[in-house]
Design a protein around this ligand. Structure first.
Ligand code: KG4
Ligand code: ZN
Length: 332
């Protein structure tokens, strides 16, 4: 029986899982409304809210799972990457509980949580190309097996979700921006404006989305707010074009036949349609994380932890947080 805690960004979450990976509870307290007024996550607000929520969220997860403290045999906590002051809360809570309960602590990489989430509940993780697209990350990873990863490409500036959020802010839409931009894009014409597909022909598997956001800003100044729907549709098509193109290039390069998509932007219907079509054409199976697992949650952290635990990995209580993406993690 494993308890997982997650607090890397603006969701305080806890989950209980037993092995073989079977989820008993998953509780997520989102702070999104508190950050909405700022159009993005404010770290100081996030860490204070995590501090208030972490205890009640863990207690609710145990209650919903119908287990007591003494049933917990291991505690997992996200130690990075993420906002330092936010990570500290969940990681300290996890380590404190492990110490108090006298059980092992497992430090879990948030990106590994997302990466494995398309295979949630499975005992074996098949070889695949993982595309993680969220507000904080845009990564292509070769998954050989659970715990064996190779980073193939990443964004050199903004993450795909961050680009959605920034474009939403430019257009006066709400936060998080992804769903708002997607909804407006439905009413727009994607062919009206040609926006840059940055790095599409860079010959590598890296991404760049900040130029696209700037192009939207200039275009908006030129054509005005009446064109918002067409701007959203044209922007979305540019993002999806690059994500689909590079993901298939990665699958071809490594020779993988499964593509696993995770993270908040994985909720985007246009991305799901276009990637599924392109996957079929290339003879690849495209697996998306279920919608409830796309946003940040502790169930995916618990799932990654169960795989780590089985492999015998236990972290010491001295394990520190790491706010930045740790590229060594992807070369094991
Ligand atoms: O995975 P997530 O909840 O948190 C991070 O780890 O970042 O991802 C949140 C991101 C936000 O940037 C949000 O705008 C984006 O995912 N997002 C979407 C959609 N739903 C959420 N982006 C595009 N289309 C969507 N439907
Ligand atoms: Zn995330």
């Amino acid at each position: 029986m494993l308890l997982a805690v997650e607090s890397s960004c603006d969701e305080t979450a806890a989950a209980v899982m037993d092995g073989p990976p079977r989820l008993l509870s998953s509780v997520v307290a989102s702070q999104a409304v508190m950050h909405a007024a700022y159009g993005g996550v404010v770290p100081e607000v996030a860490s204070r809210e995590h501090l208030l929520q972490v205890g009640p969220v863990i207690e609710r997860a145990l209650a919903e799972a119908g287990v007591s403290w003494t049933d917990v045999q291991a505690v997992a906590g996200t130690t990075g990457p993420g906002l330092a002051s936010a990570l500290l809360v969940g990681a300290a809570a996890g380590k404190g509980l492990a110490l108090a309960l006298g059980c092992p602590f497992l430090a879990i990489n948030h990106v590994e949580g997302h990466l494995l989430s398309p295979f949630f509940g499975k005992e074996e993780i098949p070889p695949a190309i993982g595309l993680v697209v969220s507000g904080g990350h845009t990564l292509l990873v070769d998954i050989e097996a659970a715990g064996r990863y190779r980073l193939l490409g990443r964004t050199l500036d903004d993450a795909a979700g961050e680009a959605y959020d920034k474009v939403a802010k430019l257009l006066g839409l709400g936060y998080p921006g992804g769903p708002e931009v997607e909804a407006l894009a439905h009413e727009g014409l994607a062919t009206r404006f040609t926006l840059p597909r940055s790095m599409m022909n860079s010959g590598d598997l890296h991404f760049s989305f900040s130029g696209l956001k700037t192009a939207v800003r200039y275009l908006l100044a030129e054509v005005g707010g009446d064109a918002r729907a067409d701007l959203c549709a044209s922007f979305q098509e540019a993002v999806v074009d690059v994500l689909v193109d590079k993901t298939l290039a990665a699958a071809r390069l490594v020779g993988r036949k499964i593509i696993a998509v995770s993270g908040g932007v994985g909720l985007n219907q246009r991305l799901r349609e276009r990637l599924s079509e392109a996957g079929v054409a290339a003879g690849c199976e495209v697996v998306f994380a279920e919608p409830w697992l796309c946003g940040d949650n502790a169930a995916m952290i618990a799932f990654a932890a169960v795989h780590r635990w089985r492999a015998g990995a236990v972290s010491g209580l001295g394990e520190d947080i790491f706010p930045s993406l740790d590229s060594d993690f992807f070369h094991q």
